[in-house]
Design a protein around this ligand. Sequence first.
Ligand code: 5GP
Length: 123
Amino acid sequence: MSYDPNNVFARILRGEIPCRKVHETKHSLAFHDINPLAPTHVLVIPKGTYVHLDDFTAKASEEELADFIRAVGDTARLLGVQADGYRILANNGANAHQEVPHLHVHIFGGRPLGSMLKREPAR
Ligand code: 5GP
């Protein structure tokens, strides 16, 4: 999958559409999800043009990698979800049902989030 420069997060980064910003660093941006699935639901994205985690970890510099993972942890602390716990999740590609083709980590918190994935029925 090649990078689409007109995906919605690229447009947010260019300031073409608004977002509710939580945190910004040299290489990363965190903002509230437009359709929250938990009381706290924030997305953290790298500013670079990476489709998903596979693309990012193959191509990004050490500085971008460090900035991004630190931005995820710092954003959670800014949101205050670290005390009760939170979940991070990144959908990567078709099997994971990734909708926006720009790497993003979801931060969910503010309530008990249940188990990680539904088990498949026994065969
Ligand atoms: P994915 O399924 O790709 O992991 O998640 C994409 C996420 O982006 C969804 O949770 C969706 O609500 C969010 N989203 C889609 N369009 C926008 C937008 O224009 N602004 C913001 N803040 N979030 C968006």
